[in-house]
Design a binder for this molecule. Structure first.
Ligand code: ZN
Length: 152
């Protein structure tokens, strides 16, 4: 697992990112993608605790960015749902429905781990009460982000 660098900014401040695409590092991407980060702590709902912010991103990279974030956030639930659906579908046909469904779920988890390794997120975000934690895989990007968000 690679190291990340955390930068904290106030939750009420809009984060300012360097004018480079957060996916491919291309300069002046001329597009912004809106990202959401849910607060998954007790007392916060997925919708009520959501934090949104905009990042510079090429138009062509935006789809990749959103797909990778969906994979990170929703894939485990989708794998469990698909496994249960497969179990329900196969149960009337075979006594091996349980093992087949578990095996399919295990394959889904392996595929998810491989995809996450192949397309790691450059930025992870975790909203808290008064602060938001931005975790960067690129220490240079983290340093630039810290300089652009002084006093936060
Ligand atoms: Zn890009």
């Amino acid at each position: 697992m690679s190291r990340t660098v955390s930068v904290f900014i106030r939750r009420d401040a809009q984060p300012v990112f360097p004018d480079r695409c957060v996916v491919c590092d291309g300069v002046h991407p001329e597009h912004r993608a809106t990202l959401f980060a849910a607060e998954m702590r007790s007392g916060h709902s997925f919708v009520g605790g959501a934090y949104s912010f905009k990042v510079p991103c090429c138009v062509r990279c935006a789809l990749r960015l959103h797909v990778s974030r969906v994979l990170i956030g929703w894939a485990p639930l989708l794998i469990v749902g698909a496994g249960l659906a497969l179990l329900i579908y196969l149960q009337p046909m075979t006594k091996a429905a349980g093992p087949i469904s578990w095996f399919a779920g295990a394959l889904g988890v392996v595929a998810l781990v491989i995809l996450r390794g192949a397309f790691p997120q450059r930025i992870a975000v975790e909203p808290r009460d008064d602060l938001v934690s931005f975790e960067f895989r690129d220490p240079d990007l983290a340093a630039e982000f810290r300089q652009l968000n002084p006093g936060n």
